[in-house]
Design a binder for this molecule. Structure first.
Ligand code: HEM
Length: 418
């Protein structure tokens, strides 16, 4: 590390308290002040930097040689003693996930993994997803009330990704809980020991499940992504993915596909139900639903931000940051940057350019599941309001409490009646 940079001032921004319940529930006012007053700042208690402006976040996405992804999903909490005793130094199945790698490994894996998620492959699943959303609604329509998170939004993505990787639906519904465990360990800094131990066990159970799935497909290949990863070969006929890459990337796809999209669908439904004039607009013109999905991704991105580790000394927005530092790129903040989005604090399903949001990342690490996630969210909204056009929120449900997580602070219920 360069001595000049290591002794450079580290500007702070005291109002930023990401784990205060008020900022979990509504991080946007403080982020807006940060963009204006101190767009890049250091948080000493948590030992990371925060980058808040769109331009800086987007530039970082284009500089993987300076900002490594290897710490995106590393545990922020200690391994509990009981886990050490029982599992020794067993590692979590994360290091070779696409999202955790840097070029050149990342470039090779991304080329292999992207084709399965191109629109031509994904669109073929539309009819099945529509049928599945209808089946979920059939299950509660007679009750005249429901929890749209637990009974609808978070049920769709695991079923869909289960079909893609080749896991039966009853198994795939467990994925979201296991993914929560990954986020508990990697997105929270202060977790009681019993919860930490439960989360570690959950991630190992997830790994065991995927190991078993892979072992089965080695003997009985099927038409699914797990088999595709196993069978992928290079030009000289050797396996394109090592065994550990297959394992970690089936986990990556199963995890990424199971959880975040449920949060998007929950947020989108909540936003529409709390902005009745916007809901009316999409009911009158269904072609607006796709843009409403972009706008929900902009206005309340499910992944609020991600960690990078600097590989060299860097300069962000005029601030010097030393090599080896943790840098949190705030997608939530970038998406409200008025330098890019007019009236950025308004939710507007008709917004021009809503698609420019960074909710799915960008450039090198842009999400490979973006088309799938957008399609699931669009179908979820279309089916729900076709079947239940008179849906309203139950009194007292307009304010949501978010769980204490820096990356994915999802809320847990959304009660409606009709
Ligand atoms: C609304 C739903 C989703 C959101 C908000 C989301 C968000 C993101 C974000 C922000 C990144 C960038 C990570 C980074 O910068 O380090 C990412 C990457 C990724 N996502 Fe998604 N995602 C969603 C759905 C999905 C789905 C359905 C899949 C299923 C395949 C998926 C698979 C991935 C993978 C494999 C990466 C790693 C890409 C890379 O590092 O090059 N995501 N996602």
């Amino acid at each position: 590390m360069n001595d000049i940079i290591s002794s450079a001032p580290r500007p702070r921004f005291e109002p930023y308290q990401p784990f205060a319940q008020s900022q979990l529930d509504d991080p946007y006012p403080v982020l807006s002040r940060a963009r204006a007053e101190q767009p890049v700042f250091y948080v000493p208690e948590l030992d990371f930097w925060v980058v808040t402006r769109y331009e800086d976040v987007n530039r970082i996405y284009g500089q993987p040689a300076l900002y490594s992804n290897a710490a995106v999903l590393t545990p922020r909490v200690d391994v509990p003693d009981e886990i050490r005793r029982e599992f020794g130094d067993r590692q979590l199945p994360l290091a070779h996930q696409l999202v955790m790698t840097d070029p050149p490994q990342h470039t090779r894996l991304k080329k292999l993994m992207t084709p399965a998620f191109m629109p031509s492959r994904i669109n073929a699943r539309e009819a099945w997803i529509r049928q599945y959303t209808n089946t979920l609604i059939d299950g509660f329509v007679a009750d005249r009330s429901a929890d749209l998170v637990g009974q609808y939004a978070v049920r769709i993505p695991p079923a869909v990704i289960g079909k893609i990787v080749g896991a039966p639906e009853r198994d795939a519904q467990q994925f979201a809980g296991w993914v929560d465990d990954i986020f508990t360990l990697t997105g929270a800094w202060d977790v009681p020991e019993n919860e930490r131990a439960a989360a570690w066990r959950g991630v190992f159970a997830f790994e065991d499940y995927i190991r078993q799935l892979i072992a089965d497909r080695r003997h009985h290949p099927q038409d699914d992504l797990t088999t595709d990863f196993i069978q992928a070969v290079t030009d000289d006929g050797t396996a394109a993915m090592s065994d550990i890459e297959v394992l970690h990337n089936v986990v990556n796809v199963a995890a990424a596909g199971a959880d975040t999209t449920g949060v998007l669908i929950s947020q989108l439904l909540h936003l529409l139900l709390t902005h009745p004039e916007q809901l009316q607009a999409i009911l009158a013109d269904r072609s607006l639903v796709a843009n409403a999905v972009h706008e929900a991704m902009r206005f309340r991105p499910p992944v609020r931000g991600l960690m990078r580790k600097t590989s060299s000394d860097v300069n962000v927005g005029g601030i010097a940051i030393a090599a080896g530092s943790m840098v949190f790129i705030s997608l939530a903040s970038a998406n409200r940057d008025s330098a890019v989005f007019d009236k950025a604090e308004q939710f507007d399903v008709r917004r021009d350019g809503a698609f420019k949001n960074l909710g799915f990342g960008s450039r090198t690490h842009a999400c490979i599941g973006v088309n799938l996630a957008r399609m699931e969210a669009r179908i979820a909204v279309e089916t729900l309001f076709e079947r239940l056009p008179d849906l309203v929120l139950v009194e007292g449900q307009a304010t949501m409490q978010y769980r204490p997580n820096l990356m994915l602070p999802a809320f847990k219920s959304l009660r409606v009646r009709w």
